[in-house]
Design a protein around this ligand. Structure first.
Ligand code: PBG
Length: 324
């Protein structure tokens, strides 16, 4: 048979490639993680995350303005809590004048239209570096959910638009949703880290917040990376309990799950390109082994192709600057 189908016709030049392209990356795709510390005039680089910084509240303002000026409209806040304020119950997490609560107010004062999401988990506040309360070496579930709900309420009271529970306790979405409803924070959203795996890719993040577990690991609450269908079960339960947005985390090694979840749900799906993924590319690029910008764009496009509506990424600013 004479060849009449030639797939390469659609790849002949940039114009035709653009015309038939499935996905585009825009600033609307991104959620920008931000690390906040106590003090003033602090902008310190995180050793294992080159080009990424922790900001004190005064310098956070300029950063938030820059993010907004690039067309990025959503941030996800994390705080580094001083050691002396850490305990087993995460008491400081509920302080109405705690660092997270002040950080939310600072962002909202700087750019009122910025969408502010807050991380909800005990690890930055925990003397054990665990996401929940520890009793006899075990992370207790229901007691932790209660604190997470109170923490979420406190973030909502400070002005957070969304809370983002990243702890993987059972039933925490329901606990949070019920308390927010009861206290009339009906429009506060929940972005649930629904399928969050116990991953070694979180290493640099734990450096950033000095939040590595003091004993053991997180495998009794975060998911086993050998499992697939469990991601759907976790995600559907979170939606039933009241999650508005669901998430798969980490990103690149888990694209199969991004697609599975996208096909299984009717709410927006987020993916988190985590700290270790950022560190890997930075290190390879520093050595001259990979083309930083090209690989970065290929990776974020992979998230969209896999089905993510939202990409939480430390590369957000770099990507948007490159888009021009
Ligand atoms: C805390 C939390 C972690 C991350 C987000 N929220 C670390 C962990 O679960 O140990 C990881 C983010 C990253 O690695 O970029 N619950």
């Amino acid at each position: 048979m004479q060849q009449i189908r030639r797939n390469r016709r659609l790849r002949t030049n940039d114009a035709i490639r653009s015309l038939v392209r499935d996905h585009v990356i825009t600033p609307n795709d991104f959620l920008v993680p931000l690390f906040v510390v106590e003090g003033t005039n602090i902008k310190e680089e995180i050793t294992s995350m080159p080009g990424y910084f922790r900001y004190s509240l005064d310098l956070l303002k300029a950063e938030v303005k820059e993010i907004w000026s690039l067309g990025l409209k959503s941030v996800l806040l994390f705080v580094k809590v001083p050691d002396e304020l850490k305990d087993n119950k995460g008491t400081e997490a509920l302080n109405p004048d705690g660092l997270m609560q002040r950080a939310v107010r600072t962002v909202k004062e700087t750019i009122p239209e910025m969408l502010v999401m807050t991380d909800v988990a005990l690890d930055p506040y925990s003397s054990y570096g665990h996401d929940g309360i520890v009793q006899d070496g075990y992370i207790v579930n229901d007691e932790t959910c209660k604190v997470l709900a109170e923490m979420s309420l406190s973030h909502a009271q400070a002005g957070a638009d969304f809370v983002a529970p990243s702890d993987m306790m059972d039933g925490r979405i329901l606990a949070i949703r019920e308390l927010l409803e009861k206290e009339s924070y009906k429009n506060t959203g929940i972005m649930s880290y629904s399928a969050k795996y116990a991953s070694a890719f979180y290493g640099p993040f734990r450096d950033a917040l000095d939040s590595a577990p003091g004993f053991g690991d997180k495998k009794t609450y975060q998911m086993d990376f050998a499992n697939r269908e469990e991601a759907i079960k976790e995600t559907l339960m979170d939606i039933d309990e009241g999650a508005d947005i669901v998430m798969v985390k980490p990103g690149l090694c888990y694209l199969d799950l991004v697609r599975d979840v996208r096909d299984a749900v009717d709410v927006p799906v987020a993916v988190y390109q985590v700290s270790g993924e950022y560190a890997m590319l930075k290190a390879a690029a520093e050595k001259g082994w990979l083309d930083h910008d090209a690989v970065m764009l290929e990776q974020v496009m992979a998230f969209k192709r896999a089905g993510a509506h939202i990409i939480a990424s430390y590369f957000a600013k770099d990507v948007v600057k490159l888009l021009g």
